[in-house]
Write a protein that binds this ligand. Structure first.
Ligand code: AMP
Ligand code: GLY
Length: 422
């Protein structure tokens, strides 16, 4: 069996690693992949995950049996639809279902229509109407969000009218996030701890995975810029069985039913960003894929054969399979390039990866690495590596990861020292 994975970050490394452990022992390929992925899969490193035409060509040439679309951009471009058109199995939501991530206006309107708890909001398609709204005596702080994909930077908090004006100008007039800013959502601020729950869905049945939490800010104690994620841990300490039941009833099942009802049956992995407010759990946003770095702490805990689940999703037989998880905990700490997420250098040699990898309970996921002509790893991105340690519980996993992480080094490397502590 030949499987192609579209994407090239830490999440894709975690997916490919898990696939490499499957009973069927598939042949693995990636576009574009990265330095770490190239050790277990053949990488077509000059093909971007968004180059739909080239991926279709590649799939025909190599006779892939399955294409796993792991990252947001190709999902939004409809790669799943195009793969299906040539008669090949694809894992991931079709374009019209992935809209739950690539359009915030769509997802907020869906939640409103189906009574799925979320922040109160208004949607705007012109700068003038949005500005009039923020001047109309609304309560601050508010969150202003560009409609489309914006590299995780499209949600900005404003505490007063002047700030809101500047943010709206930035998004809607200066088009800092491109066409993604043609429409915006303005919503109330919700207060509470955030949890990520990923779930497998086959259009009808939804099976949540173990919970996780990520750390989005660059520095300790949630200081610094928003990033793609500086670390994650699983399970969340605050996601109790009672909360899980509430979410199943008020959020997960209603979301899947809503999508089916809209003629957009959701198949693949859905990501619920939840916030535990004093008025119950609400949805901050949906993503149409595994989170990064959440995948690096959730997938290592999966006991059931990953391909069995993937096939059950595609064949709409998720109700017929039991998904089992290890009763343990995982912590992933991201090693980033100095200056990330603003400005950083690339091309530095990385040492110590093998030393950490051979330790029991450790996996080093590559996010931004490339190999040089001698096969040595070099940095090639802002988030470079994700070091995951698995142990019996969170305190042990946290202690474990931090006791060994300094064995890895590259010039200007930095990481947060408080992953898992919240
Ligand atoms: P999003 O791009 O919608 O995931 O937002 C990114 C982050 O911004 C979230 O993970 C939250 O930490 C924060 N955020 C977004 N919307 C709100 C809101 N309405 N209230 C509080 N925090 C928010
Ligand atoms: N960790 C957040 C995301 O994957 O969008």
């Amino acid at each position: 069996m030949k499987i192609l994975v579209a994407g090239g970050g830490g999440r894709e490394h975690a997916i490919i690693k898990k696939l490499s452990e499957c009973r069927e022992n598939p042949e693995l390929y990636a576009v574009p992949g990265n330095g770490g992925i190239s050790k277990i899969a053949k990488c077509f490193s000059d093909i971007k995950a968004t180059d739909i035409e080239k991926i279709i060509e590649l799939t025909k040439q190599n006779k892939f049996d399955l294409v796993f679309v792991a990252s947001d951009d190709p999902l939004a471009l409809g790669l799943v639809d195009e793969i299906e058109k040539i008669g090949v199995r694809a894992f991931g939501p079709r374009k019209n279902a992935a809209e739950i991530e690539w359009s915030k206006v769509f997802s907020k309107n869906l939640m409103k229509k189906y009574n799925i708890p979320t922040a109160e909001y208004e949607a705007f398609d012109s700068f003038e109407s949005a500005v009039n709204y923020v001047k109309s005596g609304i309560k601050f702080p508010i969150w202003i969000k560009s409609d489309g994909l914006a590299l995780g930077k499209g949600a900005i908090r404003a505490t007063n009218i002047n700030q809101a004006y500047d943010i709206l100008k930035h998004i809607m007039v200066d088009k800092t996030f491109g066409d993604s800013g043609n429409n915006v959502i303005i919503e109330e601020e919700l207060v509470g701890q955030e949890i990520t729950v990923l779930a497998f869905c086959d259009g009808k049945t939804i099976k949540p995975m173990v919970s996780s939490q990520d750390h989005k800010r660059a520095f300790d104690n949630d200081k610094g810029e928003n990033t793609g994620g500086m670390g994650a841990f699983s399970p969340s300490r605050i996601y109790t069985e009672k909360i899980a039941d509430e979410c199943m009833k008020n959020i997960y099942i209603p979301t899947i039913n809503a999508m089916r009802n809209e003629g957009r049956a959701y198949k693949g992995v859905i990501y619920f960003q939840l916030i535990l407010t004093k008025n119950g759990v609400k949805v901050i946003e949906y993503n149409a894929r595994f989170g990064d770095p959440e995948a690096q702490v959730v997938l290592p805990r999966l006991k059931t054969d990953f391909l069995d689940i993937i096939n059950a999703v595609i064949d709409e037989k998720l109700d017929q399979i039991d998904i089992e998880w290890e009763d343990n905990a995982a912590v992933c700490v991201i090693l980033a390039s100095g200056g990330y997420p603003v400005k950083y250098e690339k091309g530095y040699e990385i040492t110590g990866i093998e030393e950490v990898e051979k330790l029991d309970g450790f996996t080093v996921y590559h996010a931004g690495t490339a190999t040089d002509e001698n096969g040595k790893f070099k940095t090639s991105g802002g988030r470079v590596l994700g070091v995951t340690a698995v142990d019996k519980d969170l305190p042990s996993a946290i202690k474990k990861v931090y006791s060994e992480i300094d064995k890895i080094s590259f010039k200007d490397m930095f990481y947060r020292k408080d992953i898992g502590v919240k």
